[in-house]
Write a new protein. Structure first.
Length: 83
């Protein structure tokens, strides 16, 4: 089957800076600490405005159960055996 690029313009030269596949714009290109700072501001604002969702213990339990099912329970998927 042919390789289909479904992600749009991934890895293209987005700026004229000579770095293939990189850009100096956007959230993902920021320093990790700067990303954390901005994200925490968003979280605080959501809580202050009452829009943030806080999980009950039952909701958290259900989410964990669904995640375990989606990942096949975290079991060994490889057939390699002991090494």
């Amino acid at each position: 089957m042919a390789n289909q690029n479904r992600g749009g313009n991934q890895g293209g030269n987005q700026g004229g800076n000579g770095n293939q596949g990189s850009s100096n714009r956007g959230f993902a290109s920021m320093d990790e600490n700067k990303q954390r700072e901005i994200a925490s501001k968003g979280g605080r604002a959501a809580h202050e405005s009452g829009n943030a969702h806080e999980f009950t213990s039952e909701e958290a339990r259900e989410a964990g159960r669904k995640g375990g099912q989606a990942s096949n329970g975290g079991g060994n998927r490889g057939g390699g055996g002991n090494r």
